[in-house]
Design a protein around this ligand. Structure first.
Ligand SMILES: C[S@@+](CC[C@H](N)C(=O)[O-])C[C@H]1O[C@@H](n2cnc3c(N)ncnc32)[C@H](O)[C@@H]1O
Length: 166
């Protein structure tokens, strides 16, 4: 689990995590009894009424035609004043910018100790699986689902964090 998601639970009383990396996360959450782990496809998940939902680099793996339905379910589940955090990889149509971003991202992975072969392998495995939308597409989807208040609170190359308040 990435640091971003990990750090969230120190700020929250209760956090539900919907993911498939259950064994790893179960191990890491052993001592945190406010975390409730569910092994479920987010498309089948009925969000309970709540005040905070974070979707961190996950929506990008869902069929783009289904994403709006999920964000709408999130909007419906949040109480007024509730907060939705969406972190996503985004698409840019400008090839020069795309190449610069990809270069920075690859350099970062090399610095983390990944080999060029591992980086290429992951890129191949994600082809056709990770389907990023543009930043505008994501903001439009959030707006269309009902949120009026939103902002980009984080952007690094082609990765963004969006905050939306109901
Ligand atoms: C890049 S990881 C991000 C994981 C975590 N949010 C983090 O910050 O480290 C993408 C996650 O999306 C999950 N995922 C992909 N499709 C999903 C689906 N339909 N329902 C629930 N989770 C899904 C994968 O299991 C994987 O754990």
């Amino acid at each position: 689990m990435a640091n971003f998601t990990g750090q969230l639970w120190s700020l929250l009383n209760r956090l539900k995590v919907v993911t498939f990396k259950l064994a790893l996360i179960t191990q890491r959450c052993k001592s945190i009894n406010s975390v409730n782990l569910l092994n479920i496809d987010v498309q089948d998940f009925r969000f309970p009424q709540c005040d905070f939902i974070a979707c961190v680099y996950t929506l990008q793996f869902i069929d783009p035609n289904e994403r709006f339905n999920i964000v709408k379910k999130i909007y419906d589940a949040l109480r007024p004043g509730g907060c939705f955090i969406l972190a996503e990889k985004i698409k840019t149509f400008q090839q020069t910018i795309h190449n610069i971003y990809t270069g920075h991202h690859n350099k970062m992975k090399l610095n983390y100790g990944f080999t060029k072969e591992e980086i290429e392998g992951k890129k191949r495995r994600l082809k056709g699986v990770l389907l990023p939308l543009t930043l505008t597409n994501n903001l439009d989807m959030i707006k269309l689902s009902g949120f009026n208040t939103m902002d980009v609170f984080f952007k690094w190359c082609n990765f963004v964090g969006i905050i939306a308040i109901k």
